[in-house]
Design a protein around this ligand. Sequence first.
Ligand SMILES: [Fe+2]
Length: 201
Amino acid sequence: MAKESKKLKASGTPAYTVPGLTPEQGGEVAAILQNRLTALTDLHLTLKHVHWNVVGPNFIAVHEMLDPQVDAVREMADAVAERIATLGASPVGTPGALVAERDWDDYSIGRAGAIEHLGALDLVYAGVLTDHRAAIEATGELDPVTEDLLTNQTGQLEQYHWFVRAHLETASGDLSTAGARSEVQATRKAGERAGAKRQSA
Ligand SMILES: [Fe+2]
């Protein structure tokens, strides 16, 4: 398709919404959900990128751990998009809109070891989960149905976050990525801890 400069944008106030909400309220909830749709789409693409780029001793365990997460997060994105449509608004799921709308950076790690990627994914999940909680808070009063959807997703995402963190945790309960502020930093910290463990073994 020829390149056009026009980018799809999320709609404002819908012409109709679910009974019991005003169109303005429906539009407000849909806008919050649009941000979550962007985050979930970004997350399942990122998880697949890691699935393809992970190398080293724990390759198969991490490669195979990630595919069920990709599938589940895709389902979550679908549920959020359909809730936006149910609210009378138009979900935007194009790659261009995703890049234009998101307020976080692209995943920054290419081919790397399993522990290094898991260190970076710890930060990725932490970011998505913090924002999902904020969305629960922001929609709770207006629309408990949306709140319920996001709450269930958060529980599932928190479990996946734990799957990631369990690889980074010591027997004393410390996380190797503690204090990391960027994916590159988290990758380095996770790798150093794993290297130190291998040397002392
Ligand atoms: Fe695959």
